[in-house]
Design a protein around this ligand. Sequence first.
Ligand code: HEM
Length: 161
Amino acid sequence: MSSTKASQYTTAKVLHWIAGVFIGFNLMSGWRISNFELDIKEVLIMIHSGVGLVVFTLMLVRWWWRKKNNLYTPPNWWKRPPVLLQWIFYPLLLIQPVLGFSVAMYNEYEVKAFGFIHISGLADSNPALRAMFLDFHTWLAVAIILLVLTHGADRLRGLFS
Ligand code: HEM
């Protein structure tokens, strides 16, 4: 492998781990938000929504970087389940922040990503729409957790085979 290609893969791996840490943080912290008092909830959702928007941006950058440099595309890659699984993450991790954004728009308490992007101010609070988008957001979180576990198990198997 040329040194240029190797450094392109290194960049892809660094982006992978940065995104992974943020995704893991939101997957683990999201469930606990509703248990807190309003003032704490608003701080937690400020962090959660900000991190989610960073994930959205990172996934776009990662997609662009892989396409631009033609990374992880062995012959007939679409017939290889582990590579296919890697690609499935991209649309799902773009849809998940969009769903979270929709929950936040109709939320009954204030959501300000990074403390200044006033998402809940974009629409009137709407419990029915909020509940619908939260259901989608929750089920997609469960699906992503299962896919992350599958991806992790596959990587571990690769290390020991
Ligand atoms: C990869 C990105 C994201 C992941 C993995 C994620 C994950 C989660 C999870 C697991 C929950 C808990 C669901 C439940 O309690 O049933 C949640 C709740 C929520 N998320 Fe996200 N989320 C992400 C991005 C976002 C973004 C970008 C926003 C807003 C801009 C957002 C807004 C919310 C809101 C408003 C809730 C409900 C909090 C409450 O219980 O009051 N999420 N998220």
